[in-house]
Design a protein around this ligand. Sequence first.
Ligand code: PRP
Length: 202
Amino acid sequence: MMILPPASRIEVADLPVPPPHAGEVDAVLIPADQLQERIHELARKITADYAGRDTVIVALLSGTVMFLADLMRRLEFPLRLDFMGVSSYGSGTESGQLVYTKELKLSIRGRHVLVVDDILDTGKTLRSVTAKLSELGPASLKTCVLLDKPERRTGQFEADYIGFEIPNLFVVGYGLDYDERYRNLPFVGVLKPHVYSEPTCV
Ligand code: PRP
């Protein structure tokens, strides 16, 4: 059986912030090349685990877009892709009420489901999504997250495949947003506190 190297705990290193983002980003937490290396490892393990199974990848909108695109192109087995829209409408940096904005199009009954998301924070989103999906009769149900912030967890939940364990910092980039901004950054960075302590418009 193939072993996935455990998710390494990332700490802020002294990496230069690219000039266009230096005003709003305090530090680079995970540079682009390190993201790609780890995603490659995850993809090899997922390919080994799922090859030959009738698989549906369920990706959660919107933060997962970059991770999903880089992961999926490396999965070397036939699969189906579907999306669920789920957003936590909170104030500022705090997560709030969960709202489903898009339901599944495909049937997952009797199929092996892998839910892909960008970050596991309080765990509220994945606890709700996995409870909802398990009622639809999948053959198996697992979760894959790029980032895991275990200090923020408000209830029991662990993902099956984890890219990186990160400290309790407000991170953006590589799909993750603050007020719908910063998703396009090619790295995961730490937002400067002045950005989220000042009022903004979406
Ligand atoms: C973010 C992120 C996860 C969720 C994690 O989604 O994409 O789905 O929060 O937080 P939790 O573990 O505390 O539930 P968000 O609601 O911000 O939507 P987005 O993906 O569109 O940014």
